[in-house]
Design a protein around this ligand. Sequence first.
Ligand code: RP5
Length: 297
Amino acid sequence: MENNDQNTGWSLLGVKPTVDLANSWLQGEIEVYVESYRARFEWPPEYPRRFNVADENTPWDVDYPAYAPKYFVAPVVLENDCQKKAGGWADPEDVSLAELPTESFEGPIQLNEQGQPLNPRGRCGMTGRGLLGKWGPNYAADPIITRVNERFGDVEMLAIQRKDNGQWAIPGGMVDKGEAVSSTLRRELKEETGVELDFSDAHLVYQGFVDDRRSTDNAWIESTVKHLHLTGDQAKELELEAGSDALSVTWLPLTELSLKKLYASHGYFVVCALGMLYKRQPDALPAKFLEVLASYY
Ligand code: RP5
């Protein structure tokens, strides 16, 4: 693509980026693929230590007799067994009693000899469900809302600070049983930020595996990620109010550092969403932000 002032929108701040966009990942098709890293090397405080799995030993078809991960299921999951408690959100602990899907966004789901689903990114050093309610994929929805702060020229996202670990995050959440994902996106945004928005024109960024520290060999999160980029006037109308799951809510300025520090794969999702926006509408983002996008890898 030709790199000139007409088609790249440098005019918004009158500054040209210093990076070579011609050689950037932004030039190609933006295909979102999430690796498993946090799922192998991080875990919530209630988990036992993960068994350390080297990259080459993660695939299920690699023979790995020394593999000895701990089994862990959090008490809160057992207490919410849907076959024992009305309104329970978790599968029964006995996997043979659970209704397992045969495929997910990641393709057909493999089972091990005990009938337990196998994580599509391979071994991650712990078996059981940990803090996740479902055997196999646990579906989430992530609404990315961005704007350009006209006063400072920053690109900002509507972010919440999570109560469980204090990290900033997309205001997403789990899809309830029988709920349409479009409703989850709306509901979670409202519950966590106080903001009500319509997602019918939102752009689909990704559907698949999330690199979440709660993942195990047998339970993981897959999300539908959608993006809405608001005009300054649309964003001004919104009144932010942190919900009960959030410590706070803010328009978070996006920098290389703030993106890297976002929860799970959220920084990557936001970068991909804004890269896709840049391709649809090169004038939408200030030149100085293109440097942040271009240097993401
Ligand atoms: C992440 O966990 C997903 O991307 C989603 O944002 C979130 C859902 O979990 P809770 O916020 O409900 O804990 O993996």
